[in-house]
Design a protein around this ligand. Structure first.
Ligand SMILES: N[C@@H](CCC(=O)N[C@@H](CS)C(=O)NCC(=O)O)C(=O)O
Length: 205
């Protein structure tokens, strides 16, 4: 398998982290998204949406969208419950991540950490922060009293939301008022075969 990747991307990190948990071997190709490297004719032929992560299988098939890739890889594993309602709860958090969390926290992080503060309008940034904190408050409601997002244990819902929450400081957001989230971040980082977002080398199991 080839993961079309970018080490700074939380969306791509989700796939790397799950592949590491599963002990699956893969090759990485890194794209500099700040330089438009996913917008070349060659890459657009693979993904007309021009974005990583993209997972390419040995038979040539490709999958895009971090959470769809994780849902596929996690089928039949401990990272996605088999029971229908629990599985839908995992999806519920993953859709929440894509609608209410990632568009705010990941975008603020991209603007501040990768583009630089001079490139953005303060009012736009403040809106991202406000909506980002709203998303964190939703997570805190659950994680204030539960170990993981869905009953039954660590799942791809946790991976999806960990990806950008654990680097919220790079979006200049603080987690001081979210003790449940902070405890959960430690719990996620303690899972077997956890890797860092910056980690380039992976061992297969
Ligand atoms: N919803 C997609 C978002 C993917 C996405 O936004 N990827 C960014 C990096 S995090 C990208 O490739 N940006 C390059 C571009 O838009 O040109 C997912 O979850 O995979």
């Amino acid at each position: 398998m080839i993961l079309h990747d970018n080490l700074g991307s939380g969306n791509a990190y989700k796939v790397r982290l799950l592949l590491s948990h599963l002990g699956r071997s893969f090759k990485r190709i890194d794209y500099d998204v700040t330089k438009g490297e996913t917008r070349t004719p060659e890459f657009l032929a693979l993904n007309p949406d021009g974005r990583i992560p993209l997972l390419q299988f040995p038979d040539g098939r490709v999958l895009t969208q971090s959470n769809a890739i994780m849902s596929y890889l996690a089928q039949g594993t401990a990272y996605l419950p088999g029971e229908a309602f629990a599985q839908a709860q995992v999806l519920q958090w993953m859709f929440f991540e894509q609608y209410s969390h990632e568009p705010n926290i990941a975008v603020a992080r991209y603007w501040l950490h990768f583009l630089g503060p001079n490139k953005i309008e303060r009012t736009q940034l403040e809106e991202k922060w406000q909506k980002g904190y709203q998303a964190l408050a939703v997570m805190e409601q659950r994680l204030g009293t539960a170990d993981f997002l869905v009953d039954g244990g660590y799942s791809i819902a946790d991976i999806a939301l960990y990806a950008y929450t654990h680097v919220a400081d790079e979006a200049e957001m603080e987690l001081d008022d979210y003790p449940g989230i902070r405890r959960w971040l430690d719990r996620v980082a303690e899972q077997p075969r956890h890797v860092l977002i910056t980690q380039e080398d992976f061992d297969a199991a």
